[in-house]
Design a protein around this ligand. Structure first.
Ligand code: ADP
Ligand code: 5GP
Length: 205
């Protein structure tokens, strides 16, 4: 049953190390589909349209909302971020593990809609002070943006209880290993429909 589609939601403040952890864990977690979100924020240096995000303007994003294209969307730091439904459905139907890097609002919505196949993990640096230092060291945000991200992080940390797992990203190797364990386990969460089908065939063979 473990080859069936499942969802792994990864949340945590911007600067927590989500991208770094996913990149390092990728060779060790089998085939997965990383959901590429759509956003109205500006690309950072080195980010590519269609790789990190689909970068669109506000009008295009709002047209997508109207057309029901999003599985979920949220406003974060004054920009829209959303997950397109179609590629996620396709990947799930193909039995893949789908990984989302979304905020706490997005996690709530995905849980509401697809909860039975969702495993979630919240990743965070050891403290808000360390988060601030990493955002500065990353060098991709101006002072105002960093202040906004820290304020948002202080709000996001209140949602810690809603997650199945919490990874404190102090040492990057330890955090990556923890993420690999969670990602591999998340495949063992079949939908109720799959469990029922398995039970039927189990009883008749
Ligand atoms: P996110 O994707 O959550 O926004 P990033 O993966 O971009 O975060 O990480 C933010 C910054 O922190 C990057 O510059 C990254 O290299 C650095 N970083 C990530 N994990 C660690 C760690 N354990 N120790 C020190 N720096 C880290
Ligand atoms: P960043 O600007 O650092 O790439 O992302 C900012 C925040 O938006 C992060 O918390 C990230 O998890 C969240 N985010 C990225 N894509 C999505 C999405 O499609 N939906 C939601 N709800 N949040 C997202």
């Amino acid at each position: 049953m473990q080859s069936n589609g499942a969802i792994l939601v990864l949340s945590g403040p911007s600067g927590a190390g989500k991208s770094t952890v996913i990149e390092r864990a990728a060779p060790h977690i089998g085939a997965f589909y990383f959901s590429i979100s759509t956003t109205t924020r500006q690309p950072r240096a080195g980010e590519l349209h269609g790789r990190e995000y689909y970068f669109v303007d506000k009008a295009r994003f709002e047209a997508g909302i109207e057309a029901g294209e999003f599985l979920e969307y949220a406003e974060v730091h004054g920009n829209y971020y959303g997950t397109s439904l179609a590629p996620v459905k396709e990947a799930l139907e193909a039995g893949k593990l789908v990984i989302f890097d979304i905020d706490v609002q997005g996690h709530r919505l995905v849980r509401e809609r697809l909860g039975e196949i969702v495993t979630s993990v919240f990743i965070t640096p050891p403290s808000i002070g360390v988060l601030e230092a990493r955002l500065r060291a990353r060098g991709s945000d101006d002072e105002q943006t960093i202040a906004k991200r820290l304020q948002n992080a202080a709000e996001e940390i209140t949602a810690l209880e809603e997650y199945d797992f919490v990874i404190v990203n102090d040492d990057i190797d330890a955090a990556t290993n923890a993420f690999i364990a969670v990602a591999n386990a998340s495949r063992y969460r079949p939908s109720y429909e799959k469990r029922a089908a398995f039970r039927e065939q189990w009883l008749h063979n």
